[in-house]
Design a protein around this ligand. Sequence first.
Ligand code: HEM
Length: 167
Amino acid sequence: MPLSFDLGTPINTALFLYILYSVQRIIFPSTSKPTTVPHEFKSGYSWMPKSHPPTVLYKVYTPKTLEPFSGRDGGRILLAINGTVFDVTAGRNFYGPNGMYGNFAGRDASRGMAKQSFDLEMLTPIDQPLDNLGDLKQDEIDNMKGWIDHFSNKYIICGKLVENDAI
Ligand code: HEM
């Protein structure tokens, strides 16, 4: 006996109407826009956070423009190693004003990292040309590179350090 679909029975009529409705929703999806932009997640994806998440801009720094980022004012802490500037704000315990390595904050820390010393003479005055590290021994350069690896894995690289008169 061939299968038949009798629209006369109420259940078949209801099913048929439901299928018609579903197909029409797929072919002509609702394009109405909400009148206000939702600011918290309820359902779906059409929501916006209250503010943009914090961002870190990659910038070019000189010894003089890097120096203010020493964390003395409670703000961001940056330091440079071999021309790469790291945002070490998350390590405020190390680099903040009372931190063991506070000398490096806002400065080119290359020589100190290479020679494993936080003595003040490791730092080049900010109005002088960049330390070219030309006198370092191979094991000191390797030590500095080890610190660059450590910092790259832990902190965000946020810029490069160039000579004061380069920008
Ligand atoms: C008195 C000897 C020293 C002691 C007892 C000491 C102790 C420490 C300790 C406990 C940490 C934390 C390790 C961690 O939790 O990952 C650390 C990290 C560190 N130390 Fe030393 N340290 C000494 C000397 C130095 C020197 C001479 C330097 C000079 C370059 C130095 C540079 C650093 C740096 C850059 C870090 C990594 C901090 C970070 O992850 O942001 N330390 N040290």
